[in-house]
Design a protein around this ligand. Structure first.
Ligand SMILES: Nc1ncnc2c1ncn2[C@@H]1O[C@H](COP(=O)(O)OP(=O)(O)OP(=O)(O)O)[C@@H](O)[C@H]1O
Length: 302
């Protein structure tokens, strides 16, 4: 089956000559929650604006739900939901008036679905948009993106301003969307948000893909810190040469090391020497991501 979103050689050069995307080949499988990560200015929003038809590419093409973008814009618009990075709604309308207006444009919106989303995100439909807090406006943005049960939802930094409870609710909504066969494309520079929701992540940097990987695979590459206490002496060289072992130091009968990947070979080697105790310190996915970046970029991701 066609991908939910596919870009081929997608290139965007802005006026003034700035190259925002350098020939991007991206494939977002249907039914996935696909995380799109990258530091500020990497080109995430540009990708999304190209994928939703708001910008025209300099070169390359975009297919959405099997349709060539640009050929059949109305058919595509009906089937995608979009939450822009800076969501704004008509300030003078109430939430309900605004969503009714959007529903009339889109068609095929069931009022019961809208009501359920409003309830779920605790948005008062009678309030004027102008009177809502930033987080509540964002929740209206989420409701409008999901209310027509789209086949593809494109979300640009969606959790800005959401409190932790609402973030949980939002996460649940993403997973339910994938379960009913929908696809979620989630752009963010917040690693923890993407790791919690996504099954696949693409990492973008300076307009080019650094890697595309499943979250499971990234987790398997997590760096874990281990302390191995031996009954007698530490078999230092044997441990040092085990696959994935890095930064080994020994203090008395205890070996401290970091381990990347599976532990089976390390344990197999250590066992005959009498292991008294093992302590592991949970790894940090951030470290895996930072391996894709230079040292000076270590302020990212969050
Ligand atoms: N309309 C425009 N005209 C000129 N340059 C632009 C325009 N829009 C974006 N850019 C530039 O293109 C690059 C990519 O921007 P983009 O907004 O896609 O990045 P991003 O990954 O979404 O970043 P952020 O996380 O900060 O939102 C940046 O260098 C940006 O300054």
């Amino acid at each position: 089956m066609d991908a939910a979103l596919q870009t081929t050689g997608l290139r965007k050069v802005f006026r003034g000559g700035h190259v925002a995307l350098r020939g991007l080949d991206l494939e977002v499988p249907r039914g996935s929650v696909f995380g799109y990560l990258g530091p500020n200015g990497a080109g995430k929003t540009t990708t999304i604006r190209l994928a939703t038809g708001l910008l025209r590419p300099t070169a390359g093409s975009v297919r959405v739900l099997g349709l060539e973008l640009g050929r059949d814009p109305d058919r595509i618009q009906e089937r995608i939901g979009y939450l822009p990075g800076r969501f704004v709604a008509y300030a003078d309308l109430t939430v309900s008036e605004y969503l009714t207006y959007l529903s009339s444009l889109r068609g095929s919106v069931e009022p019961a679905v809208v009501d359920r989303l409003l309830e779920r995100f605790e948005v008062d439909p009678g309030r004027r948009i102008a009177a809502l807090s930033h987080g509540n406006v964002q929740k209206v943005g989420i409701v409008q993106a999901f209310m027509h049960r789209p086949d593809l939802v494109v979300l640009d930094e969606p959790t800005t301003g959401l409190d932790p409870l609402m973030q949980q609710e939002f996460l649940a909504l993403l997973l339910e969307t994938a379960q009913r066969g929908g696809t979620v494309f989630l752009s963010s520079h917040v690693l923890s948000e993407v790791a919690a929701a996504a099954d696949t992540v693409a990492i973008l940097r300076e307009g080019a893909l650094v890697t595309t990987s499943t979250v499971t695979d990234l987790r398997s590459r997590m760096v874990r810190r281990w302390d191995l206490a031996f009954l007698d002496t530490v078999p230092t060289e044997l441990l040092r040469s085990a696959p994935g072992v890095e930064a080994l130091t020994v203090q008395g009968r205890v070996a401290h090391l970091t381990l990347v990947g599976p532990a089976d070979e390390l344990l197999r080697r250590a066992a005959p020497y009498g292991v008294e105790n093992v302590t592991t310190h949970e790894g940090d996915l951030t470290e895996v991501f930072l391996r894709f970046y230079d040292r000076e970029e270590q302020s990212w991701p969050a």
